[in-house]
Design a binder for this molecule. Sequence first.
Ligand code: BT5
Length: 325
Amino acid sequence: MKEKILGLLRNTENYISGEKMSSVLGVSRTAVWKHIKALKQQGYQIESKSGYGYHLIDEKEHINKEELKILIHQLGDFFTDAEYFDKIDSTNVYAKSLKHRMNTLIVANEQSMGRGRLGRDWESGSGHGIYMTLKIHPDLMPSEAVNMTQIMALATIRALRKLYDIEVLIKWPNDIVFKGKKIAGILTEMTTEINQIDQLIIGIGININQDVFIGELEYKAISLKQITDKEISKLTLIKQILFEFIELYNEFIIHRNLEYVIDEINNYSSVVGKEIIAIDKGKTYNYKAEYIDKDGRLIVRDDKGQYKELLFGEISVRSKDGYSK
Ligand code: BT5
């Protein structure tokens, strides 16, 4: 209900009376008043004038469950629910704990145990970035899940390019990079039931507001603020990524492979055409990255000219002065 009241306030240029809201929403005026009070406590500046009603003054960005519910509603019926946390251990871990089968969007402002692949960490300081997880239930086989990482990567690339006109690329399989530095990472996980995906958990972390990175990230990571030097609206970016994702996803469900976007995926690859080192179980291999195929695999050639398919993994791209991650 709170998000509906927020929606009404936002869609009204001047004042809207409590009476009008209560009749539009079918709740009592006391209920309207209680929600308005709660919104004010959340930091919204709502002016009340006797005889006129309420008026939302500030439009500083607030991210909370109500805003996320408005957002998913604007995207159609793909998501049924949204959750927001000021602080959580990991949005992916939380998503896995949800046993219902509703498509749910989960967003946090901070993660105390943000996770990468293979037990690695994802730096998720308070307000630094977008930490979000999509919990969905596609009618797909577990082997098709790798394609979802490619789809989320492409959705993110399209959104970042459209909104900020920046030259971001996909570093196969799950990184988004700008001039070789990582701006976002994707972690796709799933639970399965006899050769069928039960829950698909797609987590993405995007660096937004960091001015500096410390430790090992100093030379590896970059934030959107560092690239654009602008204030970024997280809600706008979340919405655009989800819009692109839903569009790509709906097509994927028809085709069941990446053929329909294969040129885009290859054109936006930071790896294709490069000399790379692949690391597998501690061993390193030199390859030339040839292309990404319709099943999301990286096709490489070894020094004897033999083609190989990499399904997932860890790669370094050779730069002029050696190798960089
Ligand atoms: C990833 O793993 O890149 C996947 C990151 C997914 C994070 C999201 S946030 C929402 C959801 N909830 C979670 O708990 N996770 C997901 P991987 O390819 O394994 O990369 C991890 C490596 O990236 C680390 O070992 C660091 O070297 C580097 N790294 C860590 N934090 C970073 C950051 N903020 N920016 C850039 N690089 C980072």
